[in-house]
Design a protein around this ligand. Structure first.
Ligand SMILES: Cc1ncc(COP(=O)(O)O)c(C=O)c1O
Length: 423
């Protein structure tokens, strides 16, 4: 069994509670005894292992019996180069790691395969989470696949329709809370504390173990030549925690020679981590979160202390971008043919901002992580293009036409006419 330790003290708690997240002292890290002799060659991408998480089993959970793994063949996501995004960001060395290409359409599946496997192996009877949407969709799918009940708490007013639909369709018990994510998080942590359910939010340290593989896989795709920067969206700060831990371990094992700088990007209306960074991480002031990037609409990030360590150790940056900047970045990412949900595009907006400010040099290599699929939030995409979210610099409006050949020919010709800007 891997050891669970308190990252602040380095001590093992005498009693491991399920109280992940209710109190910061309960945030635990998993510590492994890695097998001897691990090298870059130990993780053969051409092996018949269908999961990009379990290819790295020796770094994720070397002790778990393979028969106990609940997997949907997650990971193995593409690392793109896009000429148009390099040009828009003024970063010729930009690559895009697209986590929307996971089984349920977001990076959450990487942590969920590990945490659900561990929870069931540990005897859990019911699995639960609070969620802005993607965690719920992911937990619902993995629980269904394993034949276990999932209970998911979602903020009633701000969950993207596709995510809600996923959780319902996969058969979870969906509770739409009249409150925000932070309030749903408190309630589910309380349920876990009472022992009613196992908590599958990213406060669960096994989620972090799985999410480390975003970094391992990207490094492998880059032939273990670490980029100068990794830029990603930040809400509850699970990824920030996971990326820092992955880099710490990769360096200690000699898999990489240098450590990328991490850049965590928040939405301006939900930016307590960025505000704390600006004050030298003196404390966390929680906020009432407001942003159209609902996946990162979080005002009381659970993994704050672990994420601070990641940023400090990597000489990282934390910044905030406005909803307008997120929408423009999303239009650019979508038009590049890659596409992503709004929260993911905060990362691209952040990379552009860091380049403009001269913090990222044009000579540097950058991997921007897109965390969720374009189909996750169609309502925001349509609202943008239909001009319902204000001025839309990249608007692409559809037209309704009669089923008549000449009308359609006229419409196409008008579309291509100079000055229409809709081509
Ligand atoms: C698409 C997407 N991006 C980013 C995040 C934020 O990730 P983290 O909570 O690890 O900071 C989430 C969390 O729900 C998400 O769904």
């Amino acid at each position: 069994m891997p050891r669970l330790i308190d990252p602040d003290t380095g001590l093992s708690p005498t009693e491991v509670t399920l109280d992940y997240g209710a109190h910061s002292h309960a945030l635990l890290d998993v510590e492994h005894d890695f097998p001897q002799g691990l090298t870059r060659q130990s993780f053969d991408p051409s092996s018949d292992q269908p999961s990009g998480v379990w290819r790295f089993a020796q770094l994720v959970d070397p002790e778990l019996d393979p028969d106990q793994i609940v997997t949907l063949a997650e990971g193995n996501t593409p690392l793109y180069r896009s000429e148009s995004l390099c040009a828009a960001s003024l970063l010729p060395g930009l690559r895009i790691k697209h986590e929307g290409h996971n089984p349920t359409g977001s990076f959450k599946d990487r942590g969920m395969t590990v945490a659900v496997s561990r929870a069931i192996a540990g005897g859990a009877k019911a699995l639960a989470c609070a969620s802005t949407g993607n965690t719920a969709a992911s937990l619902a799918a993995y629980a269904a696949h394993a034949g276990y009940p999932a209970i998911v708490l979602l903020p009633e007013a701000s969950t993207a329709s596709s995510k809600l639909a996923q959780a319902i369709a996969y058969g979870a018990r969906v509770l739409r809370v009249r409150g925000d994510f932070d309030c749903a998080m408190k309630i589910v942590a309380e349920l876990a504390f009472r022992g009613d359910v196992a908590l599958l939010n990213s406060a669960n340290p096994f989620r972090i173990e799985g999410q480390k593989t975003i970094v391992f896989e990207m490094l492998q795709q880059l032939n273990w030549q670490a980029p100068d920067w990794i830029v990603f969206p930040a809400g509850n700060l699970g990824n920030c925690t996971a990326f820092g831990k992955a880099l710490r371990e990769a360096l200690a094992l000699g898999l990489i020679d240098s450590v990328p700088r991490l850049a965590a990007v928040q939405a301006e209306g939900a930016a307590p981590f960025a505000a704390s960074f600006a004050r030298g991480f003196d404390r966390l002031d929680t906020v009432h979160a407001e942003t159209l990037a609902t996946a990162i609409k979080i005002g009381a990030p659970v993994s704050f202390s672990r994420a601070v360590r990641s940023i400090r150790e990597t000489r990282g940056e934390v910044l905030a971008v406005s909803d307008e900047e997120i929408l423009v970045a999303k239009a650019e990412v979508d038009r590049a043919g890659l596409g992503a949900e709004p929260a993911s595009c905060a990362a691209f907006a952040g990379a552009k901002k860091l380049a403009l400010r001269g913090i990222i040099d044009p000579e540097e290599t950058v991997v921007c992580v897109l965390t969720g699929h374009i189909l996750k939030d169609p309502d925001t995409t349509l609202a943008y293009h239909e001009g319902r979210l204000g001025e839309a610099s990249h608007a692409n409006q559809s037209r309704i036409v009669e089923p008549d050949l000449s009308e359609i020919q006229r419409a196409v010709a008008e579309w291509d006419a100079p000055g229409r800007g809709n081509a």
